[in-house]
Design a protein around this ligand. Sequence first.
Ligand code: AMP
Ligand code: GLY
Length: 423
Amino acid sequence: MKVLILGSGAREHALAWAIERSKRNAGLFCLPGNAGTEDLALNLPGDPADPATVIKAWKSSGADLVVVGPEAPLAAGVADALRAEGAKVFGPGASAAMLESSKSFGRALADKAGVPCARTERFKTLPDFERWLGSHRGGRSAWASGTLVLKKSGLAAGKGVFESADRSELASFAAQVLADDELLVEEYLSGYELSVFALTDGTDYAILPPCADHKKALAGNLGPNTGGMGAICPVPSADKALMAMVDKHIVAPTFKMMAKEGLGYRGVLFFGIMVTQSGPKLLEYNVRWGDPETQSLFPLLATDPLDMLEAAAAGSVAGMEARLRDQAAVGVTVASGGYPGAYAKGIPVDELPPSDHNALVFHAGTARSKGRKLVTGGGRCFTVVGLGADYFEAHTHAMEAARKVRFEGAWFRPDIGKAFFLD
Ligand code: AMP
Ligand code: GLY
């Protein structure tokens, strides 16, 4: 089977790595890919969110399956445009992609489905929000007088969520969001996060073993939110009982409501979940694989990735079971100086460890300069995934490899997964 992958991140590099090893692989193309996917696939130039560019690449590559990595092409209707041409596509159409591209839409569906979520208020104007904020200053409503989580409804590349207990900080973030979007205000939930992936063809679904992302920039889960500083797989606390609760209260009701609303879906629905003392609660829906979760999950798969991806794209998820090898993976994001704030791109990479059986190195947005020198291309530059018989071995391998990624300003969180095993 020939496959075209859309996107240029470490998630797409990990998908390419897994597909390239599949017995069924008969040719791999990435649009646009990065300097890492170049070694596994033919990189095609162009914007993956432009339907005409993607259709042209699909036709010229002769791909039997198109796998859409990021949310932007899905929200732009790339999957719809490809399907209209007769392509087999992994990824939902634009109307179902609204589950992610409009948090307001996603939350409305979760509420209709009776899925447990944080208490939420929605605002369209700053005076309404400020009036509401002021009215809670005296602690009339316990949840609204402490730390609040503010969310921009539309896509924000991991930068649309802000937590604070400081009223003036909250008001200034709200003003930025409300200048051109809707604002969601949520109760702050404590607990630990789980990323749960359900493959679906719109009728049946199969839940994969979950991962745990680490969203905060600094060790000890401190500092600002990021797109994800590292992820572990599997997650020891996510036992059968917890996953059964997640299915019963969150996944099953969501798919039931989607069917009722006529939201067709072929791909993966990613449930961002906070496991609280009163049970798992949904934080958000994403309409794609997680980044960096994919980099930790796919290297552990015992199931052929093309069987999984094709089943969702072609409508045969019934009976599908994604199995993992009996190993652990610790994925660590190596980021650029300044991230998640302002950072430079195009920084020369002086040293990069090779991928081997102990650690895999996935590139995000990297490129080759004119002199063929490897240069960075974003805030999160690489994901290094340590593999091992258990968490401790995988963590050691991840640290050894992460320390060998050398470019000016490179940094990473050394404690990925620690809270799940040591605290
Ligand atoms: P979201 O884009 O909605 O997943 O939010 C991004 C990140 O912000 C999540 O992965 C959490 O780390 C954090 N977050 C979002 N909503 C809440 C909440 N209600 N309580 C605590 N943390 C949250
Ligand atoms: N790691 C979280 C995400 O992909 O949105």
